[in-house]
Each structure stands twice: as structure tokens, then as C-alpha cells.
Design a protein around this ligand. Structure first.
Ligand code: ADP
Ligand code: ZN
Length: 652
């Protein structure tokens, strides 16, 4: 060991550590870029990826212990992709690697005898003319991006299957990415029967042994289809011919941990680097994606009708200002409707959201939320109307008056969701199945709950976001949405888009069989402009939403990033945040909102300050962010932390 041989080669190795992570080691021979190397790091050994040869440095280098790959696991394209990701999200490269491939996988070897996927008899279907035309227009072999806009049940999944089959027939592998929550047994089973084999699964709720096996199964080309959540995008293979991202609008596609990437955007980037098509699908595309489609960056395909023309449900707004409220949660008309549904032996879904963060204030007189005068987003209240603050710009408001009607009394609509569950279980004992993240933590539990509902042992499914996704129960004829006002009034410029998506998704659960469904939405503000779009063609909603974004200077028209600082000492971190905010503002190239205390001001005894940077171009934004990194590195002390979140999703 350690012999200083003139023939030594010096190699750069990328390690999964929370820094840039590029270190130089020596080795006896040159190796290919992208092979893994086991190296000494401090007192441990660690696995990294070789990035190439460098000149002999003027410091002493340790030796690579072992080269792990005979065949290349991480290709040059994969590494470039990681670099582009790190670059865009202003993340150190080592941290980016750490964030997308677990250490355990990085250390692992390809299992000796991988079980080949089980085969079953393939059940083919005939595509409709509309489906056929879309599938045929997506050609393999070169990059193109497609947005498949079709309501729930319109047959998007069948279109994906058809394109996947073509890719497989050409000997190419396919990546099929869905939000974790959409990885239902129903979807897996369907793909298996359509394609005639078990897709390899890849998500966080499976055993790590199985996950590792499926990683290698896809990486080695044994499995042709990888069906997984966000992290599946980073399973390397040199033979990928197609990428599908279903439910592209999903919030959970934005990774909140470092690096905070958006899966949809990264899938499009990766596809362009691999020179393969990428298909994004949704019943409610994100406004940004719709903008990309309208501007021609994505090709827009519409599936206009439900397959076998099952009717879309009818949506009714229930004006809560005129209703009797039962149990403090359920409008009498919704309760009556629910009883009728049960009498007919049909089934219902009741949706409520019970996110626990700060809530907005609504005027008791006109029902409108109180919005910040600078930012046009609802302000968040801590306790009462005498103490609220805008978490975009930090403006304080006390003793507010409603600018719409002069009302002086406000109520907060966020409370009471727990009560809904209790109330229903009281009213309809043994007929309620509840699914939410509090109660359901494994796929098996979800399976059991849904099974019970499927066997019609219970007729009411109560739940949070979980009920909104991908379920298919023909017997559901009624959907009650119990809380929407609090969603549309979150201090978040995307709040109205979220509410819209949610209503469309949940409504999609009703009337999938022969009977027409009904959707009732409980609201204190039935006159809100947004609510009118629920009953119209989706194009009208996007027109409204994009015009609103343009007017207020939000994405996609302006580029946005959020910076969050945390530290144990509130005033010290406030000073740092303020000084960086002023410095960025002084450049005149970007607009800076804040710094202000974050909505969630303290987490685990660390105080949080945040700001928003807004710029006309990606480039101006990036320069400002790099500037912030530089300024912070000069002022940082102790355990002070700064996080940059580009294209942020959450503002809490
Ligand atoms: P989406 O993915 O848009 O929600 P799906 O692909 O799940 O829609 O289709 C809804 C239902 O209609 C599924 O049960 C599916 O099998 C069925 N379906 C869709 N297209 C066809 C077709 N061409 N022939 C037969 N059944 C179809
Ligand atoms: Zn404000």
C-alpha cells in the first residue's frame, strides 16, 4: 500500500456526501468513467462513482480499494443528468447523488440469480380511434415531450400501455413513474395482464431487499419495465427507450428533501438527454405544463370522453351560509343525499383535508378570505384577526376589515375535520371505511380497507387526499367534498389550482359505472369565481388561472425560488437573512419578497426565515441564487443553514 509509483493514475471520484463530494484517489490503471469505486473516506470506506482521470495533484492521495463494476452501471449521460440537476437546483453534486441513490444501493452488487419477471397470459384490448391516433403520433427513437390531457377514466393508461408495448417490441426498456400513492394494486395488476408479465416495482414502501433486486433487474436489462415512484427515474440503464409520468400535476413529484427537484421537469430533461420520448399524463395538468403545451414545448393530446362514455358527474355547490350544519361538519343537504345513496345500496366518498398548518381567515359577512395587499395571497392567522401576517412579504395586519364588504368579523375554516370522521362513524356505524395517512401506512392496509369497500361491506369511504387518487369503484355515485375553502385560501399562489385539481380528481371517482354521479361541494363562498370553473370546460379554467398568474407575476411567467434559513438563534439568523435579502434586492435584477418569518416559524427549536426571489429569466434567477450561496458562506457560523428551493411548491 501507499507505494509512490510513477505509473499511478489519479482519478476523481464522486461520493454521496452533503458537499460537492469530488475527491482524488490514485489507482494502478485507468478505468472507465461511471464505474463504481470503493474508497477510504475518513475512517470508513465508501462507494463512489469515477468521473475520470486528472493530473497528479500536489497533495498526497489515498488509494482506491476496489473497482466494483465490470460493466458500466452509471453512464456518461446519467452523470451529466445528475450534473444538470445539481446545477439547476443549486445543489452540491455529492449531495445530489446522495439524494437520488441510496448509499445501500450504491454499495450493492448485482444479485447472482435475479428472478426473471413472472409471465401471465396477455389480455389485449382494442384502442378506440382517439386513443389509437394519440398512441401512433408518439414516435420512439428521438426526443419529444407529450402532454396527455384526459379526464379520469378516459383511457390514458391504455395509451401508455400501447406505447410501452411498442418500445418493448423494439427491445427498449420503459420507465413508468407515478406518485407513490397511485401505485395501487389495481394499477399493478392491470399492467401485468395487459403486458403479460410482472413489471418491476420501485418505491419506498417495499422491502429494501426487493427494491435492491428490482434496481438491478432493471439496470441489468432483465426487467423491461420499471414501475415506480419518484426515485425510479434515477435507476440507471443504457437501454431506456421511453419515459412515462402519470399524474404529472402531483405535488408529491416535488421532492422536498435535498435536492429539491421536480420529478416531472427532470423526467423531461432526462428524456431529452437520452433522446427518447416522454409522455406526461393528467386529468388536471399543472398550469405550467398546460402553458408548455400551449406554447408548443410539449405536444398536447386530449382524450375528450370517458371510455365507453360513462357520464361525468354533476357538480353542485352547497352554500353553507344557508345550511343547517350537522355535527358541526356536514350540511343537511349532503346528509340527506348520503342517506338516499345508502338506501339505494350505492356507495359514496366523502373527502376532507386535514392538513394541520396555519389557516386563513374568512369574512363572516361575505365569505371571502382576507388577502395580503402586497401579494394577493391569503394571510395566515396565528390566533385571531388581530394577529396575522403575510408569509410571502412579512407584512403584519392587525384588527383587519374585509376590503370587499367592510365586515369586521372573521372565522377560520380550517378546524373540525377530525370531527367529520367521528360524526360519520357515529351516524353510520359499521358502514364507514376511513383512509388517511394517519390510519393507513402500508399498501397492505390500504388494500384491506379498499377490499372491504369493494366487497360493499361498507358504503362510505371517508378520507383525505388518499381517496382522490386512481381508485375505480363502479358503485360510487356520490362524492361529498367537505372542505375546500380552506384549501383555496392557503397562503400559496397555487392554492386555486390545487383546489381545482382536487375537485376534478375526486369527482372522477363518481359515476364510473352505469349510474350518473353527483358531487356536492360544501362552501362558504359559492360566488368565488374559481368555483364557477368546476362546472365548465377545463380550457376556461386554464385561461383564467394563467391570466391570473401573468397579472400577479407568478410562474410560469416569472421564475420563482424560495430561500429558507434556519438557526437556533432567531435574531442572528434574521440578520443574515435580512442582509442577503438587501444584497439581492440591490442588484436590481430580481425582485425579492421578504425575508420574513416562515409560516412554520420554529421547527425542532430552530427558527426559520424565508424569502422569495422572483425573476424574469431562469438565468437572472440563477445568478441571484449563486450570489446568495456566496454571501451565506461568508456569514454562516455555528449550525446556520440555508436551503434553496427552485420552483417551490410549499411556502410554509
Ligand atoms: P385513465 O388512465 O385515463 O384514468 P383508464 O386507462 O384507466 O383511464 O381507462 C378507464 C377504464 O376504461 C379502464 O377500466 C380501462 O381498462 C377501460 N378502457 C380504456 N380504454 C379501453 C379500450 N380501448 N377498450 C376497452 N377498455 C378500455
Ligand atoms: Zn404580502
Amino acid at each position: 500500500m501507499g507505494s509512490n509509483n510513477n505509473n499511478d493514475i489519479y482519478l476523481q471520484v464522486l461520493l454521496p456526501v452533503p458537499t460537492e463530494g469530488i475527491y482524488t484517489y490514485k489507482y494502478i490503471t485507468d478505468v472507465a468513467i461511471g464505474v463504481r469505486a470503493s474508497v477510504p473516506f475518513g475512517t470508513r470506506t465508501m462507494t463512489g462513482i469515477c468521473l475520470g482521470v486528472v493530473k497528479k495533484p500536489d497533495f498526497e492521495c489515498k488509494e482506491i480499494i476496489n473497482i466494483l463494476d465490470k460493466e458500466l452501471l452509471f453512464s456518461g449521460v446519467w452523470l451529466d443528468f445528475l450534473r444538470r440537476l445539481a446545477d439547476y437546483y443549486i445543489s452540491p453534486l455529492g449531495l445530489a447523488l446522495f439524494g437520488v441513490i441510496s448509499k445501500k444501493l450504491l454499495d450493492s452488487a448485482c444479485p447472482q440469480n435475479l428472478t426473471p419477471p413472472k409471465t401471465v397470459k396477455q389480455e389485449r384490448i382494442e384502442l378506440s380511434a382517439e386513443q389509437q391516433e394519440i398512441a401512433a403520433s408518439i414516435s420512439l427513437g428521438s426526443y419529444s415531450a407529450h402532454l396527455l390531457d384526459g379526464i379520469t377514466g378516459s383511457g390514458k393508461t391504455e395509451v401508455y400501455v400501447s406505447i410501452i408495448e411498442r418500445a418493448l417490441a423494439e427491445g427498449k426498456q420503459a420507465l413508468y413513474i407515478v406518485p407513490e400513492i397511485a401505485l395501487t394494486p389495481q394499477l399493478i395488476d392491470r399492467l401485468k395482464h395487459r403486458l403479460g408479465f410482472d413489471p418491476a416495482l420501485y418505491h419506498s414502501k417495499m422491502s429494501s431487499k426487493k427494491r435492491l433486486e428490482n434496481f438491478w433487474s432493471f439496470a441489468s436489462g432483465q426487467s423491461m419495465l420499471l414501475l415506480g415512484a419518484r426515485s425510479a427515474l434515477f435507476v440507471p440503464s443504457s437501454n431506456i427507450g421511453l419515459i412515462i409520468v402519470d399524474e404529472e400535476h402531483e405535488n408529491t413529484f416535488k421532492q422536498e428533501e435535498m435536492p429539491p427537484y421536480n420529478l416531472r421537469d427532470m423526467a423531461v430533461l432526462y428524456a431529452s438527454m437520452l433522446n427518447v420520448p416522454v409522455v406526461l399524463g393528467s386529468a388536471t395538468p399543472q398550469a405550467e405544463s398546460m402553458d408548455n403545451a400551449l406554447s408548443g414545448k410539449y405536444k398536447l393530446h386530449k382524450l375528450r370522453s370517458r371510455y365507453a362514455s360513462a357520464a361525468m358527474p354533476e357538480i353542485t355547490l352547497v352554500d353553507m351560509k344557508r345550511e343547517t350544519l350537522l355535527g358541526g361538519v356536514l350540511a343537511e343537504s349532503v346528509y340527506d343525499k348520503l342517506q338516499q345513496v345508502l338506501e339505494r345500496g350505492e356507495q359514496a366518498i366523502l373527502f376532507l383535508n386535514r392538513k394541520g398548518y396555519a389557516t386563513s381567515l374568512f369574512c363572516k359577512q361575505c365569505g371571502k378570505p382576507f388577502e395580503c395587499l402586497n401579494c394577493s395571497v391569503p394571510v395566515a392567522s396565528f390566533k385571531s384577526s388581530s394577529d396575522c401576517v403575510c408569509h410571502y412579504c412579512g407584512e403584519h395586519y392587525s384588527n383587519i376589515t374585509c376590503p370587499h364588504c367592510g365586515g369586521k368579523e372573521f372565522f377560520d375554516a380550517g378546524a373540525g375535520t377530525e370531527r367529520v370522521e367521528e360524526f360519520l362513524e357515529d351516524m353510520f356505524p359499521a358502514d364507514v371505511v376511513r383512509i388517511d395517512t394517519g390510519k393507513i401506512t402500508t399498501i397492505k392496509q390500504l388494500d384491506e380497507a379498499l377490499d372491504k369497500f369493494n366487497r360493499k361491506e361498507a358504503h362510505i369511504l371517508v378520507g383525505t387526499q388518499m381517496v382522490a387518487k386512481g381508485l375505480h369503484f363502479p358503485n360510487i355515485t356520490f362524492v361529498g367534498i367537505l372542505g375546500l375553502d380552506n384549501i383555496i385560501s392557503l397562503p400559496d399562489y397555487r392554492a386555486s389550482e390545487r383546489a381545482y385539481q382536487l375537485v376534478m380528481q375526486v369527482s372522477g371517482r363518481a359515476g364510473r359505472g352505469d349510474s350518473k354521479g353527483n358531487v356536492y361541494i360544501q362552501t362558504y363562498m359559492p360566488d368565488n369565481q374559481l368555483y364557477q370553473y368546476f362546472m365548465q370546460d377545463s380550457a376556461n379554467f386554464y385561461e383564467y388561472e394563467l391570466a391570473r398568474r401573468q397579472k400577479l407575476g407568478y410562474p410560469p411567467y416569472m421564475k420563482l425560488a424560495r430561500i429558507v434559513w434556519t438557526y437556533t438563534d432567531a435574531s442572528a439568523i434574521k440578520n443574515v437573512a435580512d442582509s442577503i435579502a438587501s444584497a439581492l434586492r440591490a442588484t436590481g435584477n430580481v425582485e425579492v419578497l421578504g425575508a420574513a418569518p416562515a409560516v412554520v416559524f420554529k421547527i425542532k427549536n430552530r427558527y426559520r426565515f424565508s424569502l422569495l426571489v422572483r425573476a424574469k429569466t431562469h438565468n437572472a434567477l440563477k445568478l441571484a441564487l449563486l450570489n446568495a450561496v456566496e454571501l451565506f458562506s461568508k456569514q454562516k457560523h455555528g449550525s446556520m443553514d440555508m436551503r434553496i428551493d427552485r420552483d417551490p411548491n410549499y411556502f410554509m
